[in-house]
Design a protein around this ligand. Structure first.
Ligand code: RTP
Length: 151
């Protein structure tokens, strides 16, 4: 089976509380991407510090930490050609004021501090984030729909 690109997508605590998990999953499924890992976890500060290591010196970092530890999150791994870039497109711009209608953030968020989801910004970032959030590894399984998605 062909190796396909992977990305790390996470439903943030606000979206879990608002019942948006299914909606976000549906958008990726309907596009044709394949869900290869998913769980619900309460993230601790150590994990989030590693995830957001480039943002530790930002003024909003403390509020980002309290937001991200305010309830469970749903980390996921999605697979498919071009999924990193397409994932960012499906989620929309980081700032909901700039995210287009039809995107997750464009449809469901107003405030950058409650922007409902995360998506890896590059293939290398995805590799790092997947191993951080899924240290147990991601099981490879056969899909029977490949020939209906790819030529
Ligand atoms: P994400 O990781 O969540 O997909 O977002 P991103 O790469 O597009 O954006 P990044 O700059 O890495 O920011 C990560 C998250 O920090 C929060 N944030 N708050 N108050 C603010 O000005 C501000 N800026 C960023 C957001 O939750 C953002 O998604």
């Amino acid at each position: 089976m062909k190796e396909r690109e992977r990305t790390f997508i996470m439903v943030k605590p606000d979206a879990v509380q608002r019942g948006l998990v299914g909606n976000i999953i549906t958008r990726f499924e309907q596009k044709g991407f394949k869900l290869v890992a998913l769980k619900m976890v309460q993230a601790d500060e150590e994990l989030l510090r590693q995830h957001y290591k480039d943002l530790v010196s930002k003024p909003f970092f403390p509020s980002l930490m309290s937001y991200m530890t305010s309830g469970p999150v749903v980390p996921m791994v999605w697979e498919g050609d071009g999924v990193v870039k397409a994932g960012r497109t499906i989620l929309g711009a980081t700032k909901p004021s700039e995210s287009a209608p039809g995107t997750v953030r464009g449809d469901y968020a107003i405030d950058v501090g409650r922007n409902v989801c995360h998506g890896s910004d590059a293939v290398e970032t995805a590799v790092r984030e997947i191993s951080l959030w899924f240290p147990e590894g991601v099981t490879k399984w056969d899909s029977h729909s490949e020939s209906w998605i790819y030529e």
